[in-house]
Design a protein around this ligand. Sequence first.
Ligand SMILES: [Zn+2]
Ligand SMILES: [Zn+2]
Length: 234
Amino acid sequence: MAQRTMAQQQADALALLAETALHHGIDPGAPAERYQVVVHVDSEVLADAEAPGQSVLEDGAHVPAGTSQRLACDATRVVMRHDPDGRVTEIGARTRTIPPALRRALHHRDRGCRFPGCGIRFTQGHHLRHWAHGGPTTLSNLALLCRRHHRAVHEEGYQVHRQPDGELCFRRPDGRLLPEVPRHPAVPADPFGALRAWHDAQGLDIHARTSMPGWLGERLDVGYAIDVLHPLAG
Ligand SMILES: [Zn+2]
Ligand SMILES: [Zn+2]
């Protein structure tokens, strides 16, 4: 994965601190309203990052179209319609792109970031096919990704799609497949006792000298080694 700049790492660290604080209820305000970033983005830009149109923060700072698409993946959305002169003609109701019930189902299914080997629990919902492209907000079109990997997918050229068998398939920017990493096995409540019991069941007697070699420096006995190793010997 591309090396992050110092500024990016610091921004990620600050965001992680803020998310951790919010998850622990340090500032218990209305859920989902405690912090917000407002991005104004034209629907053409949301559907096609190359299309002409605006993608700006509330204060006018420009936001790359890929970033707008990432933020819009899992956000509160207000659709405004303008006439050709720029006057607002219609403002829709605020809606969550991912309704709460669906989000609960998504968390229950994915549990953490689905990027191979990640599994971080602070996640955002990612539309495999963006809703601006007509992708539905359904479980099969959603996957949980952490902030870092959501950015990798929208802004760094990584690709993810769901295969016909329902499994996710991740690819590097050059198209090479990212192999799925097996999940870590669950650690039992009493790992030492569980390991002891497992050894006992296998008839193994593990003690402080178990890993010491029995070799005392003798020369290799080639005849004996061949006898042991060669299938036709003896
Ligand atoms: Zn996304
Ligand atoms: Zn991740």
